[in-house]
Structures are given as structure tokens and as C-alpha cells.
Design a protein around this ligand. Structure first.
Ligand code: PMP
Ligand code: GLN
Length: 379
């Protein structure tokens, strides 16, 4: 059978989690919390599991769209229309897929930045689009040089995919990035797919620079989000897309053919849980403590801690320790010292040859300390 995606393999997350399981390793590879969601959310789910078990409306349960619109509106101080600008989908993965597929036609170019989340490139290709990768450099803290973006724009550029806070590097945008980005797209028909799943995990007192905050960006953006990261429920696979009315209409045309609608009782439970700002406002502090605990373990070691300004990922540079390729080292560490991580080179179109591993610190404190203890013992 001629594969439609001959280059595509099992994702690195599936591979590393399976290897971690096989070897009984501490799993700091695939990004998911090593602890449960709040009991109050579990109780809401139990409550709504009765009587809410048939199809949800295609665009999402109205109560959830309203809660999300209200939350987004108060958090960013912008108007958001629950009926025409919000769609509930099955995870940010579906939001990204539908956003790209509803606007990219064969031959269209889509600009993205490496390291890029593994789903972006294949989603663009499946739509017949041409991914145009712009590599970012570790030596520049993975910041975007906006003039290099302008240089990549052609008459066929349909969209630009962006992600802040960034997976896998933890880099975050400043408000100046929003202005620079706006200058790049102003006067063009270029659309934006903005992956903001880590919007509530931003450290050191910084504010998340959402494209929703900038009118020039907002009017052309699909903002893709996920409740999985914010409420410790990655297994629920409920996400959303916030976009202007004309883009939401196109987005929904796609969504209705992908899943049509997403799990009903989960949407009702979230609709209520979202109303309490305390359920997300403390998240940055919660994860900053974990970042600091994990990264402080490496002081005085030969692991170099790279900046992590947001997300729940910490990148460590091992160039002073080993010459091995990151994929090989990640494999070996899982087998030998039983700590699983993600090699960052897999997120590049062209491997820059960096020696960097990504560790997820959304884990219990003891797990983080034990993992670091094992890591600093390697030669
Ligand atoms: N985008 C990024 C940057 C992610 O890290 C993830 C998952 N961790 C997703 C999208 C997918 O989110 P979901 O699980 O809601 O589909
Ligand atoms: N986004 C998660 C990560 O970066 C993985 C999700 C998945 O396995 N697809 O680790």
C-alpha cells in the first residue's frame, strides 16, 4: 500500500513515553501533569455525566462558549463574542488542524519557526500547503528576528503559525514581538494560526503576549487553546479556537467534518469550572516553583540550564558532558539511568546539531529532584 505520508513516523512523544514505560523510567518526556486535576472538577464531571450524554451542538455547548468568552474577555480586556468567535473542539490539535485546513489550499505557503511542535508541518502538508521553516537559534534564546520573516513572504504566503509560550523551548514573546509581527503582516492578506495552549504559564511576572491583544493581529488570527494544560486534564482533549466571525465561520465548516462536536459532559463541567479565575490565575506561580526546583538542582553541574520563561518545559544543554546526538542520549538516559526526555532536534526541518534535551517539569517535586539527581550523576 503506498503510504500517503511515507516520511511520517510514530511521534516522539509516543515513542519516548513507551520507552519510559518499558524501562520503568521517570517520564519527563511527553508533556502532561504527573498529578490529578482538582477534585472539584472531577465532581462537576460526575454531576454532568447524568443527563448530558448526547451530541453537543457543533460549535460547542453554549454555556462553555459563554464562560470561555467571558474569561478571555476579562483576562485580556477585550470583547469576545461567544456565538460568533468561539468554537469548542477536541483538543488544540484539532483546532490547529481545522484552522490550517480551512484556509490553506494546495500550493499555499505557510511560515513556521523551528523548533516547531511536531504537528504543524504535517498538518500543513496534508492540506497541500508548503511549510516554510525559519530556524531559531538557541544562542539567541530562540527569539524571532522579524526581518527574516519579511524576507520569506511571497505572493503565495497564506498563513504564519506561531507559538508562545513555546514548546519545546519555553521561550515567550514580549509585547514588542506583537508590534513587530503586526508590522510584518500589515497590508497583507496573511492569516495567523497562534498556538497559545500555555497562555496561563508565564514566569517571572511577565504577561502573556497574546495576539488577541493586538488589533492588527487579532483581526486575522485563529487562536488555538487547550483546557488540558490549564486544568491538568490533557486526557480530556477539549480545546478551542477563538477567531473573528468570518474566520470562525470557515473554521466551523472544517470542524463539522472532523469531529462534528466534542464530549458533552466534559464541556458542561468546564463551563462551570472556568467561571472561577482562581482556577487559572495561580498556575504561573505553581509551575514557576517547579521550574525553579528542577533547574536549581543543576547548579554546579555540567548541564547548562537554558532560560524557560513559560510553558512546563525546561531545556538542558549537555554539550559539556557528551558529544552524542540528542536522540541517542535521550534513548540511553531512559534505558540506563531511567529518566526520559525529548530530544529537541526532532522539532527542526534541518538538525542544527545542538545538544539539548527537553524535560517536562509538570511532575511531583520528589520526581523532579530524583530525576535531576540521576542526571547529574552521568558522565
Ligand atoms: N500545541 C502545543 C504547543 C502543545 O504542546 C500541545 C500538547 N501538549 C498541543 C498543541 C496539543 O494540545 P491538545 O492536547 O489539547 O490537543
Ligand atoms: N504536547 C505534548 C508534548 O509536547 C504531547 C502531546 C502528544 O503526545 N501529542 O509533550
Amino acid at each position: 500500500f503506498p503510504s500517503k505520508q511515507p516520511q511520517v513516523q510514530t511521534t516522539i512523544f509516543t515513542k519516548m513515553s513507551a520507552l519510559a514505560l518499558e524501562h520503568g523510567a521517570l517520564n519527563l518526556s511527553q508533556g502532561f501533569p504527573g498529578f490529578d486535576c482538582a477534585p472539584a472538577l472531577q465532581e462537576l464531571l460526575q454531576h454532568y455525566a447524568k443527563g448530558h450524554n448526547q451530541y453537543a451542538p457543533m460549535a460547542g455547548v453554549p454555556a462553555l462558549r459563554q464562560s470561555l468568552a467571558a474569561k478571555t474577555s476579562s483576562f485580556y480586556d477585550i470583547p469576545v463574542d461567544a456565538d460568533t468567535e468561539v468554537t469548542i473542539v477536541s483538543g488544540a490539535t484539532e483546532a490547529l488542524f481545522a484552522a490550517i485546513h480551512c484556509c490553506v489550499s494546495p500550493g499555499d505557503e505557510v511560515i513556521l519557526f523551528d523548533p516547531s511542535y511536531d504537528a504543524y508541518d504535517p498538518i500543513i502538508r496534508l492540506a497541500g500547503g508548503i511549510p516554510i521553516h525559519i530556524p531559531l537559534k538557541a544562542s539567541n534564546n530562540f527569539a524571532i528576528d522579524w526581518s527574516s520573516v519579511t524576507a520569506k513572504i511571497t505572493p503565495r504566503t497564506r498563513a504564519i503559525m506561531v507559538n508562545s509560550p513555546h514548546n519545546p523551548t519555553g521561550a515567550v514573546w514580549s509585547m514588542a514581538d506583537l508590534d513587530a509581527f503586526a508590522q510584518v503582516v500589515k497590508g497583507t492578506n496573511i492569516l495567523i494560526v497562534s498556538d497559545e495552549v500555555y497562555e496561563h504559564i508565564v514566569f517571572d511576572g511577565a504577561q502573556h503576549a497574546s495576539v488577541l491583544l493586538h488589533p492588527e493581529l487579532r483581526k486575522r488570527s485563529f487562536v488555538c487553546g487547550s483546557f488540558g494544560k490549564t486544568y491538568h486534564i490533557t486526557g480530556w482533549k477539549i480545546g478551542y479556537c477563538i477567531a473573528p466571525k468570518f474566520l470562525t465561520a470557515e473554521f466551523r465548516k472544517l470542524h463539522q467534518w472532523v469531529t462534528f462536536s466534542s464530549a458533552t459532559p466534559l464541556q458542561y463541567a468546564l463551563a462551570e469550572y472556568l467561571k472561577e479565575p482562581a482556577h487559572y490565575l495561580g498556575l504561573s506561580d505553581f509551575y514557576q516553583k517547579k521550574r525553579d526546583l528542577f533547574s536549581s538542582q543543576f547548579v554546579g553541574s555540567r548541564w547548562k540550564v537554558l532560560p524557560s520563561a513559560g510553558s512546563f518545559f525546561q531545556c538542558l544543554d549537555y554539550s559539556a558532558i557528551s558529544n552524542e546526538k540528542d536522540v541517542d542520549l535521550a534513548d540511553r538516559l531512559t534505558r540506563e539511568i531511567k529518566v526520559a526526555s525529548i530530544p529537541v532536534s526532532v522539532f527542526y526541518e534541518t538538525d542544527p546539531g545542538d545538544k539539548i534535551l527537553r524535560f517536562c517539569f509538570a511532575k511531583e517535586d520528589e520526581v523532579l529532584v530524583e530525576a535531576a539527581k540521576r542526571l547529574i550523576q552521568i558522565l
